[in-house]
Design a binder for this molecule. Structure first.
Ligand code: 13P
Length: 350
């Protein structure tokens, strides 16, 4: 009798915990896309960050990367436009020069800390020209650690190339399943998954082709999310916009891109998803912002989800350009100085 009672009590407690965790996930996902704010992706891997530094003559060191990230997170007023910041593993463990943990700096600014958890897109066996994103091994343990460090959302990016004969079903399905397994593990850990299936802009494909591929990819992703029992209310979708390839001779106007994107998403993204935060994917800051703005302005009947941003290059490119003109000296070596307001990352485009 006593055993039955304690089993029932444990089950009730577990049930209450699940309900509380579910509500927390929903609250966090909602907060990430509330008040017209969006996400700042500052989670470039060390090799990518180093490549950008090399072009500016900035030393490719842990200290320089820390200094650059400190410049970003100490931008005054950052929390007025940014709801969440996606960090790289190195950054989430770093401190400001004065010893304050970067996570605390972010949280004090009213910004939710997030973490990139995939380990990169690798060549896919048997699929020339296509990639599969890795990082599921050990992910449960890594998520536990990141949660303890303060991360409340995560990111996993799958890349889908468009070209002759690609993307293949094999590539789309493998990436969609990995995204869904990642998302389920995130929710188990109390972390909101940002699900990022990126159809790349490289190539001369048309907007229509991008639309076709994006629709197929998103349908597959949502099918897998359902199979893996991911709670849609507790996630964010991070897709590409529906665009012509970078070298396509026909480049549609801002409004056409905005309309095509919203039309595509309305067909495939369930209304239970609280927010869609676009990647910039190599668009200029101006174009990415103008297209997102047009989507919000032109949607006649309000779409069921918030339409926001989760830009990396479209936010940071302006400041990188300014840094290049200054020879990068603000980051190289003298880490304590802040960028002047006109070149601060937070002053970018919206
Ligand atoms: P871009 O905005 O530069 O495409 O980067 C977004 C991102 O986080 C890629 O994973």
């Amino acid at each position: 009798m006593a055993a039955t009672h304690s089993t029932a009590t444990a089950a009730t407690r577990r049930c209450r915990e699940i309900t509380m965790n579910t509500q927390k996930l929903i609250d966090t996902a909602g907060a990430l896309v509330a008040d017209d704010k969006g996400l700042l992706a500052m989670d470039e891997s060390n090799p990518t960050c180093n490549k950008r530094f090399a072009k500016l003559g900035i030393p490719q060191s842990e200290q320089a990367r820390r200094a650059y990230r400190e410049l970003i997170v100490t931008t005054s007023g950052l929390g007025e436009s940014i709801s969440g910041a996606i960090l790289y593993d190195e950054t989430i463990r770093q401190q400001k020069k004065d010893g304050t943990p970067i996570v605390k700096v972010i949280t004090d600014a009213g910004i939710i800390p997030g973490i990139k958890v995939d380990t990169g897109a690798k060549d896919m066996a048997g699929h020339p020209g296509e990639k599969i994103t890795e990082g599921l091994d050990g992910l449960r343990e890594r998520l536990k650690e990141y949660f303890q460090m303060g991360a409340r959302f995560a990111k996993w990016r799958a890349v889908i190339a468009v070209g002759a004969g690609i993307p293949s079903r094999g590539c789309i399905e493998a990436n969609a399943q990995a995204l869904a397994r990642y998302a389920a593990l995130c929710q188990e850990a109390g972390v909101v998954p940002v699900v990022e299936p990126e159809v790349l802009m490289d190539g001369e494909h048309t907007l229509e082709r991008c639309n076709e591929v994006t629709e197929e990819v998103l349908r597959t992703v949502f099918n897998q999310l359902s199979i893996q029992r991911v709670m849609l209310e507790g996630m964010i979708l991070k897709p590409n916009m529906v665009l012509p390839g970078l070298t396509c001779p026909k480049q549609e106007a801002v409004d056409e891109v905005a309309d095509a994107t919203v039309r595509c998403l309305l067909r495939v993204v369930p209304a239970a998803v609280p927010g869609i935060a676009f990647l910039s994917g190599g668009q200029s800051a101006e174009l990415a912002s103008a297209r997102l703005n047009a989507m919000n302005v032109r949607s006649k009947s309000r779409p069921p989800w918030a339409l926001a941003f989760s830009f990396a290059r479209a936010i940071q490119a302006t400041s990188f350009g300014n840094l290049a003109r200054q020879g990068g000296q603000r980051v190289g070596g003298t880490a304590s100085s802040k960028l002047p307001s006109q070149v601060q990352p937070g002053c970018a485009p919206w």
